[in-house]
Design a protein around this ligand. Sequence first.
Ligand code: GLN
Ligand code: ZN
Length: 728
Amino acid sequence: MKTYAYGFPRLGMNREYKTVIESYWAGRIKEEKLMREIENLERKILHTYKANVDNFPVGEMTLYDKMLDTATLIGLYKTKTINDYFRLCRGKNALEMTKWFNTNYHYLIPRIKENYKPSIFKPEIERLKRLCSDYKEGLPYFIGPFTFLKLSKSANPQNFKFHLMEITDLYCDIVKEFHAVHLDEPALVLDLTEEELKLFRLAYSKIGRYNANIFLFTYYDSVDCLEELYDLPVKGIGLDFINGRDNFINIRSKGFPDDKMLFAGIVNGRNVWKTDIKKAASILKELSLHSKNIVISNGSPLYHLPVTVKGEKTPVNDKLAFAEERLGEIATLKKIMEEDGKGITILPDDAFFNNHPIEKTRLSKKFYVRSLPYSERIIKQKKALNLPLFPATTIGSFPQTPDVRQARTAYKRKEMSEGEYNSFIRKKIQATVELQEQLGLDVRVHGEYERSDMVEFFAEKLKGFATTNNGWVLSYGTRTYRPPIIFGDIERQDKMTVDFIKYAQSLTQKPVKGILTGPVTIIKWSYVRDDIPVEKIALQLALSLKAEIMDLEKEGIKIIQIDEPAFKEGAPIKKRNWDRYFSWAVNSFNLCISETKPETQVHTHMCYSEFGEIIEYIMKMDFDVISIEASRSKGDIIDAFKEKGFKKQIGLGVWDVHSYQTAKSHSMIKVIKKALSVFSPEQLWINPDCGLKTREWKETVENLKNMMKVVEVMRNSKDFLLDDGREV
Ligand code: GLN
Ligand code: ZN
C-alpha cells in the first residue's frame, strides 16, 4: 500500500508564516524577502511530507487563502503586484469572508462578475512546474472547479452551468500541463441537487480527457453520490473515513472500481487524539476486500491541527497526535499493512479513555425550561431594566491594544503579580465604562480585557480542559488561535467572570451584561473526546456555565449574554444530521439559563453565518434578546424571522465591525429601516454586529458615536420619520 498526505499546516513550527507576512504588511521586510521566506516554509513542509509519505501535493502554500489563489489563477482577479493581491484580503476593498464548510477556517469569497472572461495566470503554472520537478513525488494542488464555483458568489446564480463549463475548459488546459493532478472537491460532500451532480459529472468527464491521472479529493463528510463517480475518467478518489462514516458503508455495499485508487482517509485531520492503529488497520484490511488499490491517507486536511505535539506539556501529551504525528501514523499503518497485519497485535491497547470516563449526567426535561414564558418575562424585565426605546449596546469586547496583550503575557510569565494584573484590568474596565457613559450606551459591557480568546479564557479556568503552549491553528489569513483540548469531566472550580463584571457594574447605574461563551462555541472551537457522545460534554459544560450564571445573578447582574458565534458552524454538513446536533445545541443553551429569574434578561449573540436556514432551531432557544450579524448577509435574516413570526427582541448588527470602512449613519439607518418593516420598534436593539476587540480605538469611538446619533434620530423621529421627512 502507498501513502499520501495533504493539507499540512502552513503556519510553521513557530508561526513563521504569520510573522513573515505581517512583517511585510508592516513594512519591515521587502517583497523579495517575503517570497523567499514563504518558499522556504513551503519547501520545509514538502520535505516533511517526503520524509513520511510516498506522495503529496505541491502548491498548497498561499500568501493568504487558496480560494483567492484559485480565483487569480483563473483570471477572475488580475493582481499584477503582491499588494494588489493583499488588497483583496484586507482593508477597504477586501473580499467578504465566510466559514469553510463546517470548520473554523474562513475563506475569501470570490465574486464572479457577469462579464468574467476566464484566462490562466501563467506564472503560477510555471511555479508549480518548477516545484514538481524538484519533488517528483509531488502532485500539483488545485481546488477543483466545482467546489470553487459552489463556494463563490455569482452576480447571477442562474449562470452556474455557464461559468462551470467555462472554467472547466480552463482546467482542461491546466491539467494537461502536468503528469498527474490533485483536485480538491470537498463540495461533493454537500447536499447536492441532481442538476449539480450532473454538472459535476459533465465537468470531470471533460477534465479527465486531458489528463489520465486526476486525483479527486473529498473530505469532512461522506459522498452520497459515490457510485456516480465510478465511471468518471479519474484515477483516484479520496474519501474521509473519519468524518464520513457512510463512506465505509457505501463501499461495503457498492464496492469500488478496480481501475481506480482509493485514498483512504483513515487518520483524523480534525481532532487530536492518536489514531487507534489497530482499528485503523482493520478498517484498511476490510477496505482492501473491496478495492485493489488503496492509498493510506488522512481523512481531511491536516491544517485543522497544530504542527506538532513536541514541546507541549499537557497532561494528555502521550495521547495526542498533531499534524506531524499524523504523518508518522500514516507511515506506521503502511508498515503494518505491508506485514499483512502481523504488526497489529504488538500495539498496546489504549486504556486511557476508560480511565477517564465523562460521567453520565442525565437531566429530566423540566431542567431545560425557565419558570415563565417570554410573554410574562418581558413585563418583569421592563420593570427591572427600564430601558428606552431602541436600547443601544455593544457585543462585549473593546479594543485589545498591545498594552493589554503585554500585560497578559507578563502576568502569565509571572513578571506581573496577580494583584498588579487585576488592577491593570480594572483600570481598563473603568475607562471603558466611562466611555460608554459619555457615549450614552444604555446597556454596558466590561470590555472583556481579561480574555485572550473567548474560548481559551474559559478553558483555562474549567476542569477537564488542557491548553497548549504552541498549538496554533489558522482561522483565516494570518489569524491564529489555540484550540483547547477537552479531555476529562468538565467542572467549574471557581467563579470565572464574576469579579470583573461585578466591578464594572459597581461603576454605573446602567445595567452591565454578564457575558459568557456558550457550550456549542466552546466545544466547536476546542478538540473534544471522540469516544464520548458530544451531548454529554455539552451537558457538563452547560452545568458549569449555569453555575456561573447563577452567581452573576446573585451578584446583581441583570442581563446575561451567552455568545454562540459557532452555533451554525457546528451544524453537520448534511441536513439529515441536523436534528441530532441542534437538539443538544439548543438544550445546552437552555440548560445554562434554566434557573435564571424571569426578570433577568438573557441575550445571545451569533455571527458569521447564514442564519436563515437554521431559524427554526434559533426559535427554540429560550433567550429574550438575540444580537445577530446582519450587515453582511443583509435582508435574509430579517425575512427568516418574519416568516417565523418572531416575537422577542433583536439587535441587528448595524455596522460590520470587520470592515475597515467607517460606519456611516445612513447605512445603519438602512438596516434599521429594513428591520422596522418586520419588527416593531419595541423589539429592536441597536448595536454593532460583533465584538470590537480587533479594532482600533479611534474607529471604535468614531463608529460608536455615529451609532448613537442614529439611536437619537430614531428615538426622536415621530412615526420614525427621518429629519428630512423621509420615512425610516
Ligand atoms: N462577546 C464577544 C466579543 O465581543 C463575542 C465575540 C464573537 O462573537 N466572536 O468579542
Ligand atoms: Zn460576533
